[in-house]
Design a protein around this ligand. Structure first.
Ligand SMILES: *Cc1c(COP(=O)(O)O)cnc(C)c1O
Length: 400
């Protein structure tokens, strides 16, 4: 294939931290140490014959940056090395990754089963967008295996879920649901943003396709939007490639470069954020103003055993319910100094979100109650600051 070869050059002997520094690197004739940023939309051919051969697919090489670009290519290869995937496509955002991954695979008459607690825009894709094109969807309580099983129909062609979920940090049993999908002849699509590729490896548990919003921990410093779809060579080349090439959810080479640099430090950042998050979760659980803490790494998480099975640690996000509803939640947020109020996550800066009035406002009170989001629910994305300072900030805001 002229535009893009399947990415199969991962080094199986490298551990993730090594792959994240060196994986996928190609160097120009100048031998630059840092990955080159190829800000180009097109490519020149030496001869008319070469142009013809590239278009026919007889000669490997770049054709147009909507299909592939050397910097984006390095990002894709590095992600493949990390994830253990055959091939990948970088995308402009996490949502373009999710949408392209699903739409390229599905057609009118198909059916999708999805976890009901999804990132808001993912819920829109499954609940509103897909049905407009004749793809029906069923949302299930992702924790309940029998609900997944019961939702399958003869025309079920995909399952889609995130785990842990946003913002209640419920878990879905990746191995069990992927097996149900495989037995039913459906592809499994996992949104692995919350656990990050460092802490959870869906492909080793049977997932067919893994998607990321690289905007979050992969960038890790709140700079650029980006996404990536990872899968088998068959899926990426035969299912996704033409959709990607002709509809253009492509990643900017600049953003790919930022993400490549982000990947180099991903292991140390995720380790630091997760260890701080575990301390913060314990601190919150022992505070009388906190009604409940949701953290997969704690023994009191209802699915702690599953967390131990499929996650390396509890992860960089903590959710909790403050006594006193919205007023108390707002007082807490306004009393914070280091934590910034935002709807984003996965930044070097620690962040706080009130889902009921922002990310999950659209669901209405009943919709939120059904998935466990109350007026006192808060979500923390733990950054890279000194954990002692973060604890002091939380302590001060809880006393406010
Ligand atoms: C942020 C996010 C997305 C969407 O990613 P964008 O880069 O904002 O488009 C999808 N899923 C989850 C779980 C997310 O956190």
């Amino acid at each position: 294939m002229a535009e893009k070869q399947g990415h199969t050059n991962r080094s199986d002997t490298w551990k993730p931290a090594t792959a994240l520094v060196h994986g996928g690197t190609t160097r120009s004739q100048f031998g630059e140490m840092s990955e080159a940023m190829y800000l180009t939309s097109g490519y020149a051919y030496d001869t008319a014959e070469q142009a013809e051969a590239r278009f026919k697919g007889d000669l490997e090489g770049f054709v147009y940056s909507r299909y592939s670009n050397p910097t984006v290519d390095m990002f894709e290869r590095r992600m493949c090395a990390l994830e253990g995937a055959d091939a990948a496509r970088g995308t402009a955002s996490g949502m373009s990754a999710v949408t392209a991954a699903m739409l390229s695979h599905l057609k009118a008459g198909d059916h999708v089963v999805a976890g009901r607690v999804l990132f808001g825009s993912c819920l829109y894709v499954v609940e509103t967008l897909l049905p407009k094109f004749g793809v029906e969807s069923t949302l299930v309580d992702g924790r309940d295996l029998s609900a997944w099983e019961a939702a399958f129909r003869p025309n079920t062609k995909a399952v889609f879920f995130e785990t842990p979920t946003n913002p209640t940090l419920e878990l879905v049993d990746i191995e069990a649901v992927c097996k149900l999908a495989r037995d039913a002849g459906a592809l499994s699509f996992i949104d692995n943003v919350f656990a990050t590729p460092m802490l959870q490896r869906p492909m080793e548990l049977g997932a067919d396709v893994v998607v990321y919003s690289a905007t979050k921990h992969i960038d890790g410093q709140g700079r650029c939007l980006g996404g990536v779809v990872l899968g088998s060579t068959d899926y990426i080349e035969d299912t996704l490639h033409d959709f990607y090439k002709h509809t253009g959810p492509s990643m900017s080479p600049f953003n790919a470069w930022v993400m490549l640099k982000g990947l180099e430090t991903l292991p140390v950042r995720v380790e630091r954020s997760s260890s701080s998050a575990a301390r913060i979760a314990d601190f919150l659980a022992n505070n009388p103003k906190v009604a409940r803490v949701y953290y997969p790494g704690r023994k009191d998480h209802p699915q702690h055993d599953l967390a131990k099975k499929q996650m390396a640690t509890g992860g960089p996000l903590v959710a909790f319910e403050i006594d006193g509803g919205k007023d108390a939640a707002f007082r807490f947020m306004n009393g914070l100094d280091i934590f910034k109020i935002t709807n984003n996550l996965g930044d070097a800066k620690s962040l706080v979100t009130h889902p009921a009035t922002t990310t999950h406002q659209r669901l209405g009170p009943e919709g939120r109650a059904a998935i466990g989001i109350g007026d006192g629910s808060l979500r923390l994305s733990i950054g890279l600051e000194d954990p002692d300072d973060l604890l002091a900030d939380i302590d001060g805001a809880l006393s406010a």
